[in-house]
Design a protein around this ligand. Structure first.
Ligand code: FAD
Length: 693
């Protein structure tokens, strides 16, 4: 019964989470205007009176292929768009992309036999569906599936449905690609005909893109056989018409210069603020946390006073970044757009179901600076689409070779960590002026907000959100350039500006600090808050164990801040243990001084156990310390402590999970499988919580 209640809580939390759902715009979906910030548009089709009947929609628009996506961070959505485009151009399919939450699935048993439905489904967290696929998933994996027609799971209701499936997962999580596996199993059981294999991409192994490329070719062959499709010579067909509008100047009020919504453009942003409508928040304080010169970790205080935004300790804040000026310039130069950077452009979808992911009208400069992910690693498929537009035969041949030869691509492009403009610079010194701008909009993601674990307590500072962000800046061995994270370097520039730093631009990144129409002047940044399930126990006398090396300490600073303030008020606070790790005590021990103050307030109930990886002869990590303190950990778990892990998902979190299982097994004299099972049980009952990335 306890599990049922918890399941229910998780379910409700997931549904609440779906309100905060954010993903990049799709090109072919039901048009919904993400730039208008009326809440009525947030749920797309449902609220705007558009049909939720996919069969009807396909009939009306003359489509024979729908590509549904369940996406959290935009990758599944991007793959859906790419499949739609390829299906249309190579095989003449009439494709459309659809957000899976915009349609009903109770009539999928009526899906016409001569059409096909694709399902591109990401698995999120612990084998969960993405926010937009929760209802779909529950419908098909629930106990009593019943379709509108009255058909049930036993009737082979999906026998007319041809489907294609691809999953996006991460093998470092236990329930690898659970979403696509379970949906595929449910569909098969209900008689649907899968075309090709159910593909699985693995983000954990870093092979997502190659897995996708390797899966799709045999799938297209199988689909061609099943539907009698003929592959044709492809020629590029733009999804958008991009026209230069000489009548408008960038100063015109109607032109988006980087503003996220029409209300922001008009200078009157208003709440409710959400993933579709960020709040332009003042950064009221910013400082450096590391004491070394070559690495940076930022502490920032972001004010949400007067915004009606609220947060709870353990939530996330999303920061909407701006691309570095140096990269905007490079991109403009590579595509021969420098002279026209401030020309106003109108972007329209050519197909009725195509949705423009960039607010329009805008300028080339604004589109690249504020709306397009131009710095991300570039995909092999995207590079190869540029071949027909290469400036000469040599560069065309080189692009074709890169497109066809995976290893060559890795050596020349991927291993150098080039973004698209850097890759093309390496291929030719001539500008790629013939590339249609539509192709760039189609091939690059919409610039995504980045999430940060809030490092303050809402009970202590309800109107101010702290973040703790390590600046991503890496020089690869042998490479000439630094690989720089988009958001963290933008935040570094804001911090340096705020503190009047004499060298505000260490690598000549030149950010537009003041934002569109100077609206971010005075150090502002667009943000929204995302609620999470990563929460302190409601009873503060319960003990807690936290494992948070590096910036994984972020939410735990909030947790400790909260418990210290309760202790200072005389409340009974349970044992609070933090396992923290970094390189060296005097270099990157985050919040060292602050923790001393909390220690005074909390006395013995706060225990900070440190692991410094570069101080002694051997590397010591938090997992080692956890093992050394096995007895303490085990005793606290017996007292019903909550156990929290935050930070690196790939290695640390996985190892901590294993170590905890072995601690439980050893301390209680159980076989190791039993220890693992106990950890699983702790996870499902909510006493083992992760906030990892
Ligand atoms: P990005 O531009 O997104 O780059 C990401 C990585 O890719 C970098 O390592 C970069 O070096 C590499 N990269 C960039 N361009 C290329 C290229 N062309 N080729 C190859 N590699 C490239 N981070 C924190 O510091 N503190 C937190 O508290 C925190 N909390 C988080 C909570 C959640 C729920 C999540 C999902 C993430 C959290 N993160 C946190 C991570 C954070 O969201 C960002 O991912 C991180 O700050 C990097 O963002 P960025 O825009 O600077 O880098």
């Amino acid at each position: 019964a306890q599990l049922d209640t918890l399941d229910l809580i998780v379910l409700v939390a997931l549904l609440v989470g779906s309100v905060a759902y954010f993903t990049k715009g799709t090109y072919w979906a039901i048009p919904k205007d993400p730039y208008a910030n009326s809440p009525a548009t947030l749920n797309g089709a449902a609220k705007s009176g558009k049909t939720r009947n996919i069969i009807e929609k396909m009939d009306e628009t003359g489509k024979n292929c729908v590509i549904f996506y369940g996406s959290q961070t935009g990758t599944a959505e991007d793959y859906a768009s790419r499949l739609a485009k390829e299906g249309s151009q190579r095989f003449g399919l009439k494709t459309m992309v659809a957000d899976i939450e915009d349609y009903d699935y109770e009539n999928l048993d009526q899906f016409p036999e001569d059409k096909v439905a694709f399902f591109v489904l990401a698995t999120y967290g612990e084998g969960e569906p993405t926010d937009n696929a929760v209802e779909f998933y529950q419908f098909f994996t629930g106990d009593d599936v019943a379709f509108e027609s009255g058909a049930t799971a036993e009737d082979s209701p999906l026998s007319s449905l041809k489907y294609v499936a691809f999953g996006l997962g991460n093998n470092t999580y236990e329930h690898y690609n659970a979403m696509v596996r379970r949906i595929d199993a449910a569909f098969t059981e209900m008689g649907a005909q899968r075309i090709g294999t159910a593909g699985e991409g693995d983000d954990g192994a870093g092979t997502m893109e190659e897995d996708f490329l390797a899966w799709k070719e045999p799938m297209w062959t199988a689909l061609s056989d099943a539907m009698g499709l003929q592959e044709r010579e492809t020629s590029y067909e733009p999804v958008f018409s991009v026209t230069e509008n000489e009548d408008k100047s960038p100063e015109d009020e109607s032109v988006y210069l980087g503003e996220p919504t029409s209300a922001h453009r008009a200078g009157q942003p208003k709440g409710p603020y959400s993933a579709h409508n960020p709040y332009i928040a003042p950064i009221v304080e910013s400082r450096e946390l590391f004491t070394v010169k070559d690495r940076n970790c930022l502490h920032m205080e972001i004010s949400i006073a007067g915004s009606n935004l609220s947060y709870q300790t353990g939530d996330h804040i999303a920061i909407w970044p701006t691309n570095a000026g140096a990269e905007v310039d490079r991109f403009l130069q590579v595509f021969g757009l420098e002279e026209k950077r401030h020309t106003v452009i109108d972007i329209k979808g050519i197909d009725v179901t195509a949705k423009v992911p960039i607010p329009t009208p805008t300028t080339y400069d604004a589109a690249i600076r504020y709306y397009m992910e131009v710095c991300a690693p570039v995909s092999r498929q995207f590079v190869s689409t540029l071949a027909p537009f290469a400036p000469d035969e040599d560069s065309k041949a080189e692009i074709v070779r890169l497109g066809n030869d995976k290893d060559y691509f890795h050596e020349k492009i991927a291993n150098q960590c080039f973004n698209i403009a850097q890759a093309l610079q390496a291929i030719s010194s001539k500008p790629f002026s013939a590339v249609p701008f539509s192709l760039l909009i189609e091939g690059l993601n919409k610039l995504q907000p980045r999430y940060y674990s809030i490092s303050s307590s809402s009970a202590v500072q309800k109107d101010k959100i702290s973040i703790t962000a390590v600046v991503e800046s890496v020089r690869l061995p042998g490479a000439s350039h630094f690989v720089k994270g988009v958001t963290t370097n933008y935040l570094l520039a804001l911090k340096q500006k705020q503190n009047g730093d004499p060298s505000p631009d260490p690598h000549g990144m030149t950010y537009a600090i003041k934002g569109p129409r100077n609206k971010y002047d005075g150090i502002h940044v667009p943000v929204h808050v995302r609620h999470s399930n990563f929460k302190l126990p409601s009873d503060p006398s319960k003990p807690i164990i936290m494992v948070g090396p590096g910036t994984g300490v972020a939410p735990f600073r909030g947790f400790i801040q909260e418990r210290a303030s309760l202790a200072a008020k005389g409340e009974k606070v349970g044992t609070t243990v933090l396992f923290f790790g970094c390189r060296k005590r005097d270099e990157d021990f985050l919040y060292q001084d602050e923790f001393k103050t909390y220690q005074e307030q909390m006395g013995d109930s706060l225990k900070i156990i440190t692991a410094f990886s570069r101080e002694g002869p051997n590397k010591v990590y938090v997992q080692h310390r956890l093992k050394e303190h096995a007895q303490l950990v085990s005793d606290l778990l017996k007292e019903k402590a909550n156990f929290y892990v935050c930070g690196d998902a790939a290695n640390m979190a996985r190892e901590v999970n294993i170590v905890l299982g072995s601690i439980i097994a050893e301390q209680r004299g159980m076989p190791s499988e039993k220890g693992e099972e106990m950890v699983k049980h702790m996870r499902s009952s909510g006493s083992y919580q992760e906030d990892v990335w």
